[in-house]
Design a binder for this molecule. Structure first.
Ligand SMILES: [Fe+2]
Ligand SMILES: [Fe+2]
Length: 200
């Protein structure tokens, strides 16, 4: 009996995680085009566009998983990803036109990837435990894409974005005192500004 309960609980966890990730991926199909548009660096722009295409595939894969479980695809609001995306929106607003914008975008995007990697990773372990081979294979495909996206972001940050942000800082130091003061004043107002939701 204990074994049966354990398996029922694990299946429920799997279904909850599926609904959570369905919400996450659908939000990301709305947010990634905005991040691509905001990015200054072409390689970063391309990475966001490429991951948008993968994300659309991932939505489809999650629907296949619901189907395999005999469930209707249903999204469950995920406050964790909403918070991460809200932070990303703040970066886009606060650093608009700033050399450091891309470094901020990479950081925000990697928070999302890490959330996805850990969520799909847990879900894969549960699916394996439950002997759901089809679902495990689908999760694996997505998991590889998430890891690939994360690695690509790391290499973009290391090769280009962080260097650009540093250069921007150096240029800023050469500015006269008046413009520096103006800029820092502008910055200090940013946190109190009402930030519209990125996904509306
Ligand atoms: Fe994803
Ligand atoms: Fe992703």
């Amino acid at each position: 009996m204990a074994k049966k309960n354990e398996s029922t609980g694990l299946k429920k966890l799997l279904e909850d995680q599926l609904a959570d990730l369905y919400y996450v991926e659908k939000q990301l199909t709305k947010v990634l085009p905005k991040m691509a548009k905001a990015a200054r660096n072409e390689e970063l722009q391309g990475a966001f566009e490429e991951h948008l295409n993968e994300t659309l595939e991932q939505v489809g894969r999650l629907e296949q998983m619901f189907e395999a479980l005999g469930r209707t695809a249903k999204a469950k609001k995920c406050p964790a990803i909403d918070g991460i995306l809200e932070e990303g929106k703040e970066i886009m607003d606060e650093f608009k036109g700033d050399e450091a914008l891309d470094a901020g975008l990479v950081a925000a995007a990697q928070k999302v990837e890490h959330y996805e990697i850990t969520s799909y990773g847990s879900m894969k372990a549960w699916a394996e435990q439950l002997g759901l081979e089809d679902i495990t294979a689908l999760i694996d495909e997505t998991l590889e894409e998430e890891k690939g996206a994360d690695e690509k972001l790391t290499s973009i940050a290391e090769q280009v974005v962080n260097i650009e942000a540093e250069e921007g800082e150096e240029e800023g130091e050469e500015e006269d005192e008046e413009s520096t003061t103006k800029r820092s004043n502008g910055r200090s107002k940013a946190p109190t500004r009402k930030v519209k939701s990125m996904v509306e």
